[in-house]
Structure formats: C-alpha cells, structure tokens
Design a protein. Sequence first.
Length: 328
Amino acid sequence: MSASNWPSSPLDAAQRAFTLLVQPPTHVGFDGRGFDGLPDEILPVDQLRDLLLWPATSVEVRDAVWRELVVRARRDGPAWVVAAVGVAMPGLRRVAGMLAAGWRGDTDDLDSELITGFVARLKTIDLDEPRICGRLIDAGLRAARKARDADSDAQLIHAEATGPIAPIHPWDHPDLVLARAVAAGVIDAEEANLIAATRLEGTTVAQVADKLGIAPSTASAWRLRAERRLAEAIAVGDLAFVPLRPRRSRPGDATQQRVAATQQRILSAQQRVGAADATQQRRAVGSLLGRAAAAGVVLATQHQALVGKTSDREAAGVGAPGIEARPA
C-alpha cells in the first residue's frame, strides 16, 4: 500500500493497521479456550472485538479478555498493541466524537493524543482492578483533553484583573467524588455509604458497625481499604472523567427506586455545594481521604473533569446510581 493511500486521520490509520493485522494468514489470534462465554477456539481478533460488544458478554469476561490483551501487548510486541487499540476502537471513536463536539481546531491532533494516552497506559495499568478497557480509554481521553485545553489557553485573551476565579458548577462535592468512584467500579455502593456516613455525616464507625451487625474493627478495616483504593484512583486520574448519568431503566427493573433515591441525593449534594465555600469543601475532601494536608491537590485533580469547556460539563452530567443516604 502506497503512502498516498494511507489514511491521514490517526484513528482511521489505526483502524487500517488493525484491519491489515487480522487479514489471513495472520499470526495474531486470541485463544478463547478457558474464557466463559467465548468459543473454545483460536479467534480472529476482529471477531473477538465483536464478541466483546455483545450485550450477552458479561463484564467479568470482558475484563478477563482485556487482562490477557494487555499482557500480550506488554510481552509480545507492537502487533498486540495494534490489536489492543483495534479492539478498543469503538470506545475510542465514541470519546473522539465527544472531544470534537464544539471544537474548531484540528481534530487529528486530539485523536493522536487520544491514541498516545491509551497506548502509554497499557504499560502501567493495574490488572487487578476492574473496568480495564474503560480505564485505558479514560487515560487517552485525559491526554487529549489536556492537549485541547492547552491549545485553548494559548488562544485566550486574558483580562488585566487578577485574583482567584471560582470553579464552574458543579465542582466536586465529596458526594460527587463518591458517586463517580462507584460508577467507575473503584468502590461499591456499600463502601461509599460507609465512607459518607462516617466521614461526612458525623456517624461513628461503632454506630455503623452496630447497624451492620459487625465488629467496629471490621468496619474500620473495610473503610480503610476502600479509602485507599479511592485515593489511588484520584491520584492516577481514574476519576477525572466519569460521566454521572442516570441509567436507562427497563420495564420491571427492580433498581428503579434506588436510582431515583440516588438522583435525589446527588441533587441535594449539588444544592449543598451552592451554599458551601471552597475552603469548606477542601477540608471535606481531605477528611474523606484521611489526607488533610494534601486535600487541595486532590480536589484540584478532581476539578479537571468538570471545569473544562461547556460541552465537557454537559457530557459529565450527574445522576449515576450507587450512593444512598445510609449504609444498609
């Protein structure tokens, strides 16, 4: 294939490379044996991608497959890096569309940063945590948004006025941090309830433990492990862009009432944010993570997801289920 026929768009070029890679005869095939829900045979990687997109394929199977893809990309060289990008292409294109909304610059630059961030994260992502493909795409998204915001800042006309600028609503109230952590699978709803009750609502660990019927030491250890995962996720940026949108309810869905209660809690959190000042929120987030001295840094990290362009803020709407008022 001549250079003149090669796509100029980074995403199109990556897709073309993937298409050529999987053309028979190819040495790149995925062994589906041992993976529940996959055929017991060597699968072409494009067929594997289609299987992962099926609604019937469970989240556990998707994560198991992605663990293997990341291992192969790290161990077996560039062909498997191309394969990983190709399998994730539907998600990458969806994110690229979000980035391009309202953007008047060159989208090829954003697409290039998106792929670069995705590939770089392949080398460091923790395979013991869930939502592997989503976190890889999130890493690419953060890299592209950073490049886009840097380009926007270079074009701004700055006023002479100096002084602090209030963050654009909704800034990150601790309830919203917890909601995004639940949506990303970093902590579960019960762990979020435990943290919210004991860190934000004045309930003691002993009181929560009594309601749960467990020892206070067990509840304390449970909370500590959850907070460690939460702090790590914030530090590496895994919560920097997690849309909080209400899930579509299905007829007869038993979770509808819990979703409604969650949305009400998120609405209440936003109303409290409007009445709280930034100093109080920094202390709340620092208390939540047990790192009062670093609260400003943590909160600044979280601001990045919500104070970008208008289209970003709309894409990062709130409403994800998972947080209730009290531990069950």
